[in-house]
Structures are given as structure tokens and as C-alpha cells.
Design a protein around this ligand. Structure first.
Ligand SMILES: Cc1ncc(C[n+]2csc(CCOP(=O)(O)OP(=O)(O)O)c2C)c(N)n1
Ligand SMILES: [Mg+2]
Length: 323
């Protein structure tokens, strides 16, 4: 645990100057501008493989992760940039990683989907992280460290059978874990109506896991909603599942979007960024936008100068970073 940053996300959030609204907006703006810049670098040929942006879903990451403490374990999936940035506030490390640089979070070998930093992990195998996160939640519980786990999964991942084994064990063995379902209504190019029978909340409650649902892209509303839910998991040591009805405003990964244009355009009115920005003073919002622009520029220009990952010089960044 020596590796863990001080302070954790909740403490850092509370200590950062500015109003809560400004802080939530600043984080979401950082996530949005990070991904927009990343997509530009992709088009310029700087990214290998593919990448999944969370544009439109940023409020989920900030609404949940700002309640987590140092040592809490977070698991994310293929769409992990927003979760990672809300957890770490480390755009430089992520930019270098996705650009395949040696100074990236995992030495440039994890790319966009496979991040491992302190107690944050992401993995692109749909559903694969869910049993692992239950195991980690139990490990925290048995160690008596009072930490909890949070795992983000998508609506499409309810088609992976392994998550039900994970729900079963989480409930039977009382794992302190929050399952956050980002229901963006699509799994790649399949609409939720064609992928899911019944409903997600009922599936969780059938395992005796308390569960609920909120339809929101409002970061303040989500922040308030998740505060008692995170506290509840921590205090009860029991699992909880919460579905957030949201929408992604970008393609699934690079250039694969089969959704009806009209549907996507309809959801732009729920874009979490302008929604929150409209509640800020113009001058406060402009200052934040400029500050974020500088950080993004600094992160990417630094990352682009870093040496490429090189198999002959495999380095474990966690070992390197250890005191
Ligand atoms: C086991 C497995 N099967 C298929 C894929 C390819 N794949 C990546 S994301 C995705 C859809 C995921 O949908 P959802 O869970 O709703 O998450 P979203 O992409 O909407 O955030 C698929 C089929 C994968 N990564 N892993
Ligand atoms: Mg989905």
C-alpha cells in the first residue's frame, strides 16, 4: 500500500479549491478535452489499435469516483479514460500510455483499455473484470482495511454469464462492492432492446443485492445520488448495484456507429458538459476551460516526446515507481 497516492479521490476533491460545481465541471472538462485530443491524435496516426471514448458519459465517473477513498479499488472496462482521470487526475500518464510510450501508466503496453495504476484496474474483456472485482472486494474485507471496490460495467455486459456467478458470490459472501452499470442503451451496434430480457435491477435483486436506477447526465445530481450509496456499501459491507441511464455521444470505438442519427442528435440536449457549464459564472467557466486546455496541451506534447514502448526494454513501471 506504500505506492498509494495521498490523498485519495474523495479527499482530493474536497481539498481542491472552488465550489463543488466548479470542481465537477473541471473534471468533466478534462475528460472531454482529453478524449477529443486523443481522437485527433488517432486521426494523425499516433494511436495503435482502437480506443473507446466516453464522450457524453463523463458525469458517471465524477458522480461516483469522487466519493472513493485512498485504497478503494476501482475496476473499469474498455471505456475507461473517464474513470481513470476522475480517479487519478493524471492526464500525462494516460496520454503517454495510449500513445504507446514507455512513460505511460503501464509502460505503453496496456494502451487504451488495460490500465493498472495504484488501486485502479481496467480490462477490455467484457465481463471479465466483474468476478475479479468481487474477489478484490472480498480481499479488502478479509484484510480488515475498510476499503471497498467499485466496478463499472455496461448494459451489453449483462449478456456475459460470468457476471451472475460474481453477483452470487458477492451476495453470499457479502462483498463490499458497488456495481455501477452505465446503461448507454447500446452494446456496440446492438440496441438494449435486442440484447436484454427483463431488467437489470431485477436481475441484481434476485441475488439479494440491493439495486436501483437513475436516469441522469447531471453531474451534481449523480454526485448527490451516489454519496449515500457509496457510504452504504462501506458501512454495511454488502454489495449494491446501481444503473445509470446515460448515452454516449460518440462512436462505440473508432468509426463504428450504426445508431440512428436522429437518436444521437436528440441526446445532445443531455450533454453533461453544457448542462453544468450553464450553471456556472461565465468567467469561472472560462478560467476552467483555459486551465484544462493548458493541461491537455502539456500532457500530449510531453507524451508525444516520450520514447516508444520497446519490448527489448521491458520495465515494470510499478516496480520502477516503488520507493
Ligand atoms: C468477451 C468480449 N466479447 C466481445 C468484446 C467486444 N466488445 C467490446 S465492447 C462491446 C460492447 C459492450 O457493450 P456495453 O457493455 O453496453 O458497454 P459500452 O460499450 O456500451 O460502454 C463488445 C461487444 C469484448 N471486448 N469482450
Ligand atoms: Mg452499452
Amino acid at each position: 500500500m506504500e505506492r498509494l497516492h495521498e490523498p485519495g479521490p474523495e479527499e482530493r476533491f474536497l481539498q481542491t479549491p472552488g465550489s463543488r460545481r466548479e470542481k465537477l465541471y473541471r473534471q468533466m472538462r478534462l475528460i472531454r478535452r482529453f478524449e477529443e485530443r486523443l481522437l485527433r491524435q488517432f486521426d494523425e496516426g499516433d494511436v495503435s489499435g482502437t480506443t473507446h471514448a466516453c464522450i457524453g458519459q463523463e458525469a458517471d465517473a465524477v458522480g461516483v469516483i469522487n466519493h472513493l477513498r485512498r485504497g478503494d479499488v476501482v475496476f473499469s472496462n474498455h471505456r475507461c479514460h473517464g474513470h481513470f482521470l476522475a480517479f487519478s487526475d493524471e492526464p500525462k500518464l494516460l496520454a503517454a500510455e495510449v500513445l504507446g510510450r514507455r512513460s505511460g501508466v503501464v509502460g505503453g503496453r496496456g494502451g487504451s483499455q488495460h490500465i493498472c495504476w495504484e488501486s485502479f484496474y481496467s480490462n477490455g474483456i467484457q465481463g471479465g473484470i466483474v468476478p475479479v472485482s468481487v474477489g478484490m472486494a472480498l480481499a479488502e474485507k478479509f484484510s480488515g482495511r475498510q476499503a471497498m471496490a467499485t466496478v463499472f460495467l455496461g448494459d451489453g455486459t449483462f449478456g456475459e454469464g460470468v457476471i451472475y456467478e460474481a453477483f452470487n458470490m458477492a451476495s453470499l459472501w457479502s462483498a463490499p462492492i458497488l456495481f455501477v452499470v452505465e446503461n448507454n442503451r447500446w452494446a456496440q451496434s446492438t440496441p438494449v432492446e435486442k440484447e436484454l430480457a427483463g431488467d437489470m435491477v431485477a436481475r441484481a435483486t434476485s441475488f439479494d443485492i440491493e439495486a436501483g436506477q437513475i436516469a441522469s447526465t447531471d453531474a451534481e445530481e449523480l454526485y448527490d445520488h451516489f454519496q449515500p450509496l457509496v457510504a452504504g456499501v462501506r458501512e454495511s459491507g454488502r454489495p449494491r448495484l446501481e444503473v445509470i441511464d446515460t448515452y454516449r455521444l460518440c462512436h462505440h470505438s473508432k468509426s463504428d456507429d450504426k445508431r440512428p442519427r436522429q437518436e444521437v442528435e436528440e441526446h445532445r440536449k443531455d450533454d453533461p458538459l453544457p448542462k453544468l457549464r450553464a450553471r456556472l459564472d461565465d468567467s469561472a467557466a472560462e478560467t476552467i476551460d483555459e486551465e484544462v486546455e493548458e493541461r491537455i496541451e502539456a500532457a500530449f506534447s510531453w507524451a508525444l516526446e516520450q520514447p516508444m514502448a520497446n519490448d527489448e526494454e521491458l520495465v515494470d513501471p510499478l516496480v520502477e515507481a516503488a520507493p
